[in-house]
Design a protein around this ligand. Structure first.
Ligand code: GLC
Ligand code: GLC
Length: 829
């Protein structure tokens, strides 16, 4: 069942009922100010850090689920309704929500009155603009009123939802004309404030939540002031400050009125915190006055419909430009809309927000992940390479000089997070992959010479290349009894914790280490990860390529020897006959083997092992891919492991704590489905690659939205697996490495347009039925207009490749470097 449709020409998803199976959200903001907004206008805003600078309040895990946000209430002669249906939930005559690239338009109509609200955060602006257009579509004049509401968060979202003994007594506001200022803690130790304004005279206001709701027993669905059509002009003092404007409107038939609301955030320098004088119309309880210069300037920037239109246009142009770097036209509309619009859009959002704030991530739990952010770069780097470079340097600066890494860092301080610590065995490898991806995209070899410190030597002079060296050798220097990488606290799978042996509730599987292993240096010296072995052999060649380019032939040969040795060790000790093992546990027992009772086969190592061609000479690659198809493939994607664990395996850590079919215990983890899609394409099996791609790509789940439940325009981290009662139900949408990896899978492996150090590889692996496709790729200053022809209806194989009519050997288009447009024609066969 569908709950809307794609409008590709406008790059929007159009939702036609407010009763979606889960809140379907969008993100506003690209630089510092961010908002989450659902299809009923629920959500919240923050500046830079979703925990430390939360601007509006949102209650996670609330009942009903999506309550609180920025709402408009209309009281039309006793009928109270919201343009986005919620929270009052009066049935609307018409409803529509359009989520676009950085903006959302919500339209509601009731009794001949139409309200269309456009929400967006303009480029380089620290505020959310909400333009409300009210139109009387009836035949008679209409008088009604409109209330706005935003509930302030007391800045630190964690403290805000825990420290009530203090927080119920700290709220402070100022009111000046139509602008309500939130200034809690401003006088003392903060230099930032927020405001909510409207570009018109108002007929009343409220700033105290209880006064607005009229009773502590009322919810957002039943505010007394709105029902009575009478604001109480309350002034918050302690208790919970809110901002609500009240405005009476009369419209002749056919007449429209536009109101522009702005929810903004500003910071003042310490010596300019206070204004010298108190304006005559200022309402305050304080002896001091907030310096509002910045707010005045921000309000002035978007106080007319013309200025709003220009801001929106600028945002759209920005996105059109970003999305013109890579564009395709394939025989499949769903592929086109994923590649050209939504997958790239999601990559930007995950790059910006890492795993901090979504409807599944509360914004208070996690900083930026070392492994997550490195992987995010893989899908994002072609869009704004300068920001990717900056991010790479930030991440690398949290690395330790022995190659180990802090697992997370805080975006505000850019410092490694000591609470989580390090010793995640896969972390360093993702950095080799992301730096290589950056160089392949840009040709900027200079990044290797950039001065990048180590966390334990902040003043030392170190280069990015040194970071790659220590990353590579961190693996080589930490091998176990079979010559495979030690698993440490976890590898990519945060829930395989082989040094944990936890039997006490509340211990974090990621940070708790059994004292037994603490004594031997923090983790078992027996437990080994086959996944890290395969990631090492997949990633290693990029490091070798870098060394070769730099003329370091000896070092390249030395590194290559380590890769070859790892392949040999893997084949000797970790090939189980038809697939690769997952690990050796701390008892030296096999994990992910035919010999195991449960969890006989795992997805994670397989794709990278196939793409590293481990055991290809004896057919290990095809056997492995066939086993995945046989044991892991199901209707909605590939499950992570099979059979699911039904008991608690203390030696494996968190994984078996999940009911079968969810999360890391046999859920469909879409992130590593991508690795198999890549591997199938790599092996030339375009049909299988496309089958797996289309099982999880959001646009393909649109028809089954009633089962899938989460947004049909973005990936979620996980879909309930075949062992789950809710088989096929998506969870954890938006912030997941799935976005980047599936962008890689479809663009670089299936469609086969892949940046390499020395040019642009074009080597598709597609369904045989396709006649071909076209693609436009801006690459290192040139534009390549690529046409793929598939006259023999094969899956893979470049028969000929020409650039501007001149034949090229192989399938790598050399860099022209002339800033011009070039025609690339590829014939498969
Ligand atoms: C989550 C984490 C990611 C991890 C994955 C598997 O998505 O963000 O870092 O690799 O789970 O456990
Ligand atoms: C839990 C989740 C996993 C996540 C980890 C770190 O283990 O299952 O997906 O990566 O927490 O927050």
């Amino acid at each position: 069942m569908k709950f809307g449709h794609f409008d590709d020409s406008r790059k929007e998803y159009v939702i036609n009922t407010p009763r979606t199976p889960y809140p379907w959200i969008n993100y506003l903001g690209n630089q510092g100010f961010f908002s989450l907004i659902s299809n009923t206008a629920g959500g919240y805003s923050f500046y830079m850090d979703a925990r430390l600078r939360r601007i509006t309040r949102y209650r996670y895990n609330n009942v009903p689920l999506d309550m609180g946000g920025r709402y408009f209430y209309i009281n039309d002669n006793g009928t109270v309704w919201n343009p986005g249906w919620s929270p009052v939930k009066t049935e609307l005559d018409e409803y529509e929500c359009r989520h676009g690239m950085g903006y959302t338009i919500i339209k509601g109509k009731k009794n001949g009155l139409k309200a269309e609200v456009t929400f967006f955060v303009p480029q380089n602006y620290d505020g959310e603009v909400q333009q409300v257009v009210l139109t009387n579509e009836g035949t008679e004049a209409k008088s009604f009123s409109i209330f706005s509401i935003a509930e302030w968060c007391l800045w630190d979202a964690q403290d805000d939802c825990t420290n009530f003994q203090r927080n119920f007594s700290t709220g402070r506001v100022e009111i000046e004309g139509s602008t309500i200022y939130h200034v809690t803690e401003y006088r003392d130790r903060r230099n930032h404030y927020a405001f909510y304004t409207v570009n018109d005279e108002i007929d009343g206001y409220d700033t105290d939540r209880d006064a607005f709701l009229g009773s502590i027993y009322n919810g957002w669905d039943n505010p007394e002031t709105v029902k009575a059509d009478k604001p109480s002009n309350s002034f918050a003092d302690g208790w919970s400050p809110v901002a609500s404007h009240y405005k009476k409107v009369t419209l002749a038939p056919g007449e429209s009125k536009t109101l522009i609301y702005i929810l903004g955030y500003a910071e003042n320098p310490q010596d300019k915190k206070f204004a010298a004088e108190k304006p005559a119309n200022l309402l305050t309880r304080e002896a001091w006055v907030l310096n509002k210069e910045k707010a005045y300037a921000m309000i002035d920037k978007y106080n007319t419909p013309e200025k709003v239109a220009a801001g929106l246009e600028e945002l759209k142009t920005t996105w059109n430009n970003l999305l013109s770097i890579f564009k395709v036209d394939t025989p499949d509309d769903k592929v086109n809309r994923m590649v050209n619009i939504w997958n790239q859009y999601q990559c930007m959002v995950t790059f910006n927000l890492s795993r901090s704030a979504s409807y599944f991530e509360s914004g208070i739990g996690r900083g930026m992940g070392f492994r997550d952010s490195n992987q995010d770069i893989l899908g994002f780097v072609h869009q704004i390479p300068e920001r990717a470079r900056e991010r790479l340097i930030d991440i690398a600066s949290t690395q330790l000089s022995d190659g180990g890494c802090y697992h997370q860092y805080q975006p505000l301080t850019k410092k490694g997070n000591a609470d989580i610590g390090g010793d995640f065995s896969d972390d360093p490898l993702w950095m080799i992959l992301s730096v290589a991806a950056y160089i392949k995209e840009t040709g900027d070899w200079g990044i290797l010479d950039a001065n990048v410190p180590f966390d334990d030597d902040p003043d030392g002079k170190h280069t990015m290349l040194e970071h790659l060296d220590v990353s590579f050798y961190h693996i080589v220097n930490n091998l176990g009894p079979h010559g495979l990488p030690l698993a440490m606290r976890a590898d990519w799978n945060d829930c395989i914790n082989l040094s944990c042996f936890s039997d006490t509730p509340g211990e974090s599987f990621q940070t708790y280490t059994n004292p037994k292993f603490k004594a031997e240096g923090g983790y078992s010296k027996i437990a080994e990860s086959v996944f890290v072995a395969a990631l090492f052999t997949y990633t290693g060649p990029a490091y070798v390529g870098i060394l070769e380019h730099l003329g370091k032939a000896d070092e390249a040969a030395k590194a290559q020897a380590e890769i070859d040795k790892m392949k040999k060790n893997t084949m000797e000790s970790a090939f189980d006959g038809d697939w690769f093992l997952r690990a050796y546990d701390a008892n030296g027992e096999k994990m992910g083997s035919k010999e195991c009772e449960e969890g006989k086969i795992f997805i994670e190592p397989q794709g990278f092992a196939v793409m590293s061609e481990i055991g290809k000479d004896v057919g290990a690659d095809i056997k492995t891919l066939n086993s995945i198809d046989k044991y892991l493939n199901c209707e909605y994607g590939l499950v992570l492991n099979n059979p699911a664990f039904t008991k608690y395996y203390i030696q494996y850590g968190e994984i078996s704590t999940y009911p079968g079919g969810y999360k890391e215990n046999a859920g469909i983890f879409t992130h590593n489905n991508a690795w198999i899609i890549c591997a199938e394409a790599y092996a030339g099996r375009g049909e299988k690659a496309f089958e797996y791609y289309s099982k999880i790509a959001p646009a393909f789940t649109e028809e089954t939205s009633d089962i899938h439940k989460t947004e049909p325009y973005v990936y979620g981290q996980m879909i309930g697996g075949k062992d789950a009662k809710n088989f096929g139900q998506g969870k954890n949408s938006w912030l997941t490495g799935t976005a980047a990896w599936n962008m890689v899978a479809i663009s670089q492996y299936i469609l086969g347009v892949k940046p390499e150090f020395d040019g642009l590889r074009v080597d598709p692996s597609i369904p045989a039925a396709w006649d071909g496709f076209t693609a436009t790729r801006q690459f290192r200053g040139d534009t390549y207009e690529i046409t793929i022809k598939n006259p023999d209806h094969v899956n893979k194989g470049v028969k000929s490749l020409t650039v501007d009519g001149v034949a090229v050997d192989g399938c790598i288009v050399p860099v022209a470097g002339d800033g011009k447009s070039h025609k690339v024609e590829v014939v498969l066969g």
